[in-house]
Design a protein around this ligand. Structure first.
Ligand SMILES: Nc1nc2c(ncn2[C@@H]2O[C@H](COP(=O)(O)OP(=O)(O)O)[C@@H](O)[C@H]2O)c(=O)[nH]1
Ligand SMILES: [Mg+2]
Length: 296
C-alpha cells in the first residue's frame, strides 16, 4: 500500500479578499459562509480534502484587522494563531489593492516561522492582465514566494493551480481526519452559520456586524429535522429591518436558509426563527462567549 501523506495549510489575508470562497471551491462543497460584507468569517474553520493517499487540511480564518470590541479580539486571535500550526501559508490578497501592512505582517510572521508562502492573488476578473502583472511584481519585491497564483476564486479559475502548488507541502504521515470528513465544524454550528449568511445577504451596511445566530433546538425526527434559532441583533431598529414589513424579511431569510439546510442535512427541515435584541453584545466578552465564539 502506498504511504499516506498530509499537510496543514493556513489561508490568511485581509477580510473580504475571498478566503472562504476559495476554501469552498477547493473542497467542492460549502463549509464556510461567504458574503460581500467584511468580517463575515468569525471562527477558525478547517476544511479537509482527501484525495487518494493524500489529505490536505486547510484553515480558513477570520481576516486580520484592528479589533474594536470583544468579538473582534476573538476573531483576530483566531486568525493570528493559525500560522503556528501550519506547514505552509496561502497569503490571499485582492489584486486591486496594494500590498499593505496586513500583508507585510503576514509575510514577516511566516518568515520568522520559516514557513513557505504561496501568494494567491484573487479577483483577477476585476482588472486587466497588465494590472495583474504589475501587482505580481510588486509582491515579488516584498518576498520570495513559493509560488504566485493569480486567480478568480469566484468562478474557480486557477483553483486547481493553487492546489497543485500545495502538493509540495505534503509529508508522509498519518491523516489527522477520517477520509469522509470535510470540516471540523459541528453540524449545529454550520446550521447557525447558514442562517447568519442569509441574514447578512438580506441586509446592508452596519447591521451585519452585530448579528449572531444561536441554535436553541436541533432535533432529528424521522425524515425531518426541527431547528429553532434565535437571531440576535444590537438594536430594536435593526430588529425591525431584519423582520421586515409584515415579516417579509424574516420569511425570505427562512426560506433561503431552509433550502441550504435541507441540502446540508439531506432531509426535510422545519425551521423556526426568532429575532431578539441584545444591545452592544459585541462589547461583552461574556456574551461573545455565550454566542459560541470561544476556544473549546
Ligand atoms: N469579483 C470577484 N469577487 C470575489 C472573488 N472571490 C470572492 N469574491 C467575493 O468577495 C466577497 C468576499 O468573499 P469571502 O470569501 O467571504 O472573503 P473572506 O472574507 O476573505 O473569506 C464575496 O462577495 C465573494 O463573492 C473573485 O475571484 N472575484
Ligand atoms: Mg471568510
Amino acid at each position: 500500500m502506498e504511504q499516506k501523506r498530509t499537510c496543514y495549510i493556513a489561508i490568511v489575508g485581509k477580510p473580504n479578499v475571498g478566503k472562504s470562497t476559495v476554501l469552498n471551491q477547493i473542497l467542492g462543497e460549502k463549509v464556510a459562509i461567504v458574503s460581500a460584507k467584511p468580517q463575515t468569517t468569525r471562527n477558525r474553520i478547517i476544511g479537509i480534502l482527501t484525495r487518494g493517499e493524500d489529505q490536505f487540511v486547510f484553515l480558513d480564518t477570520p481576516g486580520i484587522f484592528t479589533p474594536r470590541n470583544a468579538l473582534g479580539e476573538y476573531m483576530v486571535k483566531a486568525a493570528d494563531s493559525s500560522i503556528q500550526d501550519a506547514d505552509a501559508v496561502i497569503l490571499m490578497a485582492d489584486v486591486q489593492k496594494t500590498c499593505g501592512s496586513v500583508e507585510e505582517k503576514i509575510i514577516a510572521d511566516a518568515e520568522r516561522a520559516g514557513l513557505p508562502v504561496i501568494l494567491a492573488l484573487n479577483k483577477v476578473d476585476t482588472v486587466t492582465p497588465e494590472q495583474v502583472a504589475e501587482r505580481l511584481s510588486e509582491y515579488a519585491g516584498k518576498h520570495d514566494f513559493h509560488a504566485y497564483v493569480p486567480m478568480c476564486a469566484k468562478n474557480g479559475k486557477n483553483v486547481d493551480a493553487l492546489l497543485k502548488e500545495c502538493e509540495a507541502f505534503l509529508q508522509e504521515g498519518d491523516w489527522y481526519y477520517p477520509e469522509d470528513m470535510s470540516t471540523d465544524q459541528p453540524v449545529r454550528q454550520m446550521a447557525a452559520e447558514i442562517i447568519r449568511e442569509k441574514v447578512l445577504r438580506t441586509l446592508n451596511k452596519e447591521i451585519p456586524h452585530g448579528v449572531a445566530v444561536v441554535i436553541e433546538e436541533f432535533r432529528e425526527e424521522d425524515g425531518l429535522t426541527r431547528i429553532r434559532a434565535e437571531i440576535f441583533c444590537e438594536k430594536e431598529s435593526h430588529k425591525g429591518i431584519i423582520v421586515g414589513k409584515g415579516g417579509e424579511g424574516l420569511k425570505r431569510i427562512g426560506s433561503y436558509a431552509r433550502a441550504d439546510l435541507e441540502k446540508l442535512l439531506d432531509c426535510k427541515v422545519y425551521l423556526n426563527l426568532w429575532v431578539k435584541v441584545k444591545e452592544n453584545w459585541r462589547e461583552s466578552a461574556r456574551t461573545v462567549t455565550n454566542f459560541g465564539y470561544h476556544d473549546d
